[in-house]
Ligand binder design. Structure first.
Ligand code: FES
Length: 172
């Protein structure tokens, strides 16, 4: 289970101080949030509150800016990040069916992380390898020409096995 990070690391606090020493320091809010997301994979509420205090920007404004931009995430990413391309080339070659299979097996929707914090699932626009459509990216590894039937094998490479449903016990 992923826990809420307690505090921003010293190097990010230092970066915020450098920004605030410049003219219009508050205008560096987006680069600051980008650094935090790069390090943690998402923006935790605790971190946004710290940014609000250090940059003297109301918390509601920090949240407002962060939610405005689609590239910020507020959900902790899994240890294994699965991204499926839903760009045109991938979509017409069945990416939606591959996504449905991933969702079904992991029991999560795009944008979610499994309760054990291991896998997260996301959709992306063209990942730049249309010739291999449909594309699935697992962390930094690219899988091309993926069919729904390939999904269990790919997940198994990362230690995922669909839990076996217990057989119903016959009553005598
Ligand atoms: S549309 Fe999927 S890689 Fe280009």
């Amino acid at each position: 289970m992923t826990s809420e990070p307690a505090s921003l690391p010293a190097e990010i606090i230092e970066y915020i101080r450098e920004c605030m020493a410049r003219e219009n320091g508050e205008s560096y809010l987006i680069p600051v949030l980008q650094r935090i997301q790069k390090q943690f994979g998402y923006l935790a509420k605790e971190h946004m509150n710290q940014v609000s205090q250090l940059m003297q920007i109301p918390a509601v404004k920090v949240t407002g800016v962060a939610t405005f931009y689609h590239f910020f995430s507020f959900i902790p990413k899994g240890e294994i990040r699965i991204t499926i391309c839903m760009g045109t080339a991938c979509f017409v070659r069945g990416a939606d069916k591959v996504l449905a299979k991933l969702s079904e097996l992991l029991a999560i929707a795009p944008g979610q992380t499994t309760p054990d914090g291991k896998f997260s699932l996301e959709c992306a626009r063209c990942l730049g390898a249309c010739a291999l459509a449909p594309i699935v990216l697992v962390n930094d590894r690219v899988y091309g020409n993926v069919l729904p039937a390939d999904v269990p094998k790919i997940l198994k490479e990362y230690g995922f096995e669909k839990p076996v449903q217990p057989k119903p016990v016959k009553q005598s």
